[in-house]
Ligand binder design. Sequence first.
Ligand code: F6P
Length: 372
Amino acid sequence: MSKRLRVGVLTGGGDAPGLNAVIRAVTKSLILRHDAEVIGIEDGFLGLIEKRIRPLAYGDVSGILTLGGTILGTHNKANPFSYFNRGGADVSAEVIKYTRSLGMDAIVAIGGDGTMSIAAKLQERGLNVVGVPKTIDNDIVGTSRTFGFDTAVSIVTEALDRLHTTAQSHQRVMIVETMGRYAGWIALHAGVAGGADVILIPEFEYDLEEVVKVCKDRESFGRSFTIIVVAEGARVRGGGMTVDRQVTDSPDPIRLGGVGRVLQLGLEQSIKSEVRTTILGHVQRGGTPTAYDRNLASVFGSYAAKLVEDGAFGQMVALDEGRITTVPLESVANKTRRVPTDSPVLQAALAVGTSFGNPNLTFTLDNAALMA
Ligand code: F6P
């Protein structure tokens, strides 16, 4: 009798809505099609370093499709190639030995660029790994969408809708600061969906005078409220990003935050209207995933299970123009996918007169390209 397929599953990096939907899809597919043994690895790669695992039976993943967070826990500092609890020591050989001792045929690693980078290195050293791209930031190269993004955009859009009514009532300038790290996807998509007047994203430096001009123009038209969405990584021309803190033992130590307040202080020097700032923070990552994210997570999870069955290791599941495909793990590691100028959503914003605080950014696409 042949040995049962044994597959580990872990969630690494920051959490995102839809992680549980992936865990469920991977586990159920492998059990139903192969009677596989699925092993949950706790707190990302930390579980492999500290030997914390647990079996995942079919019943363990029932009822988790709609849950935010991750039933396995996650960790954004756990890196076997630089273990924070042992002064940055490389413990990858121990991790590989432990994984082999468990008889694991493969690991499904669900995470962002940092997780994919670790996965690629473990694959190179002989473990079989399949990646699933996760992040609310939507900034992983090789895939046009990550699960978690749609939920974050919905949360920000709802906040913008709510802030619109109070901004209008008080004739205030309302600044909303979003997450997104070094990419402006969340701010752009929510800003367009929420009808923001100004959207500031890291991809295009902004001029404070341009933002002042929008507020003043609106005042002169009798609309003295303005909605501004600013991504946490946005930069004023010639300036740097606004750093909230440094998390020294994290693979990406910089935590952005505070750009909304910086912008507020700048605007208050030049305009009459009151200015207020709302920082949405981790609210964007919490709670139940949208239907879109549940679907995408389920598709990614079941496809990852298929890759394991087919022995197609060293690959990350990806979405390419609506079709599911794969890209090599190493092509994704430590890279960032940023908003291009020909993004249809960016162009749609420009077409309706939304300001990006940057006079060089103008509408360039024809309608055919917009609909593509
Ligand atoms: O990558 C997801 C993300 O939420 C970013 O948008 C944000 O910059 C960062 O993680 C926040 O990290 P932490 O949860 O460690 O504060």
